[in-house]
Design a protein around this ligand. Structure first.
Ligand SMILES: Cc1cc2nc3c(=O)[nH]c(=O)nc-3n(C[C@H](O)[C@H](O)[C@H](O)COP(=O)(O)O)c2cc1C
Length: 210
């Protein structure tokens, strides 16, 4: 427990990254594994994560993120993009994955499949987008905590033009839509924000014990 709380105190939304310090392949792969293992409703994982390392693409993204320096100075930009037009087709592909992974017949998963399809079909396109975004944000949270535990810095960000990100990264064509991003790398020694005391609600104002 102490290690996790220490890491949550260590982390902060990094504003200024050391542009010379890059994630190692091992660190990057560890972060990808953590996101891969993040829970999601039913296990559907209705999003993809675009990992941007290319400096020219990062420059374009910075322009679409109101010039925020994290976009070019961080080692990698993780773009969480929800699956649009979520439908029975996505459920079928999840069912196929379960069948293959666990060695069970698709027919034996019909009950579970029907429950998921019922949920998907009962929601409007807008509701599905919100639902899928929630799952993506769980992945974002897992990324932030895993990074912190490994003393890797990150800045979660919503301050960007979603439509422009979709355009730059060619997401529409893949039926994806960017909802949140994280700049990931290593803090600059002179980033003053690392010294700010955390401002949080007092526990008696945040938790209700019944
Ligand atoms: C969903 C989300 C969106 C955020 N968007 C931005 C952003 O666009 N730019 C930025 O510099 N910080 C952004 N932040 C960072 C928050 O301002 C920061 O997490 C909050 O002030 C708490 O500070 P701390 O993370 O340093 O403890 C965002 C955080 C979250 C969780």
């Amino acid at each position: 427990m102490k290690e996790i709380i220490d890491s949550l105190n260590w982390r902060y939304a990094t504003k200024s990254f050391n542009g010379d310090k890059k994630l190692t392949d091992n660190q990057l792969d560890g972060l990808l594994s953590a996101i891969q293992l993040a829970p999601s409703s039913f296990g559907l994982q209705p999003y993809k994560v675009i990992v941007v390392e290319d400096q020219k693409v990062k420059e374009q993204l910075k322009a679409a993120a109101y010039g925020q320096a994290q976009l070019t100075d961080a080692s990698h930009i993780f773009v969480f993009a929800i699956e649009k037009n979520f439908s029975e087709k996505h459920v079928d592909s999840f069912i196929a994955n379960i069948a293959e992974t666990r060695g069970v017949a698709v027919a034996d998963l019909k009950g579970f499949s029907d429950v998921m399809k019922g949920t998907v079909n009962s929601r409007s396109a807008e509701e599905l987008d919100v639902w899928n975004s929630r799952q993506a944000y769980i992945g974002l949270g897992v990324l932030l905590e895993t990074a912190a535990l490994n003393r890797i810095d990150a800045c979660p960000m919503e301050g960007f033009d979603n439509a422009k990100f979709d355009e730059i990264l060619g997401l529409q064509i893949e039926n994806l839509h960017a909802v949140a991003i994280a700049a990931v790398g290593f803090r600059a020694a002179d980033d003053v924000y690392q010294h700010y005391t955390k401002v949080r609600k007092a526990k008696d104002n945040l938790f209700i014990h019944i």
